[in-house]
Design a protein around this ligand. Sequence first.
Ligand code: F6R
Length: 242
Amino acid sequence: MKIVQVKDYKEMSQKAAEVIIHKVKQENRINLGLATGGTPKGLYEAMIEDHRKNGTSYQHVTTFNLDEYIGLKEQDPNSYHYYMAESLFNHIDIPKFQTYLPNGLADDNNHECEQYDRLIQALGGIDLQVLGIGQNGHIGFNEPGTSFQSSTHIVTLEESTRKANARYFNTLDDVPTHAITMGISSIMNSKEILLLISGEEKADAMQKLLHGEISEDFPASVLKRHSHVTIIADQKALSGVL
Ligand code: F6R
C-alpha cells in the first residue's frame, strides 16, 4: 500500500481529484467505483470545479457505487442515489445511464445483488475504486466479520454505523436498518483502489490498518492483499502512526 501524506481534508480531496482526473483524461473508457459519506464530498467538489474550469469530460466514464440503503426512494435526500446526483452527477457531463448504484427498492434483493456483480463484470470491471473507511474498519457497508469472499450482498447495519450516519437523518430511527453493499471480493476485484482517510476520528482505524493483522474483524485490512492500493491520509488521521 502506498501512502500519500497530506496536510488536511482539502489537500486530500485535491490530490484524489488529481489522480482521478488524470486517469479519466488518459483512458478512452473507464469504470470508476465511487463511495458516499463525508469523506469523498471534497473530492467530488474538486472534480466539479475542474470540469467547469478545464472542461474535463466524463462522457466515456461509467460509475458503480459501493452501496445503497434498502427502502429509500431515489428521490429521498438520504438515499445514495440522491447524494450522488447532488454531489457529482448533476454537475458533470456524465450520461445518467452510465451511473449505477444498487437498487435499494428491488422486489428481490438477492437477485439485485447478483445482478450488480454481473453488471460490473459484464462492463469490464472497476478500473479505479474510491473508498472511505468506517471507524470500525468497514469498507462499503462491509462490517467487521464480513467474509473476505463476499460478493455484493444485503447487510444489517451495525448500531455504531447507524449512529455515525444519523447526522444526515432527522432521528436515529429514520436511519435504515439494511443496505446493499458491494462485497469485499467485489471491491478487491477492482484493478486499483484509492482509499481516503481524514480526521482524528479515523486515527485509530488508520493505526489498525497499518499495524494490525489482516483479519475479517477489521474489513479494510484485506486491502493489504491488493497489489495496487494508494491511501491518501491527512495529518489528523495519521496522528497515531507518525
Ligand atoms: C459509503 C461507504 C462507507 C463510508 C464510511 C466512511 O459509500 O462506502 O464505507 O466510506 O462509512 O464514512 P464517512 O466518509 O462519512 O466518514
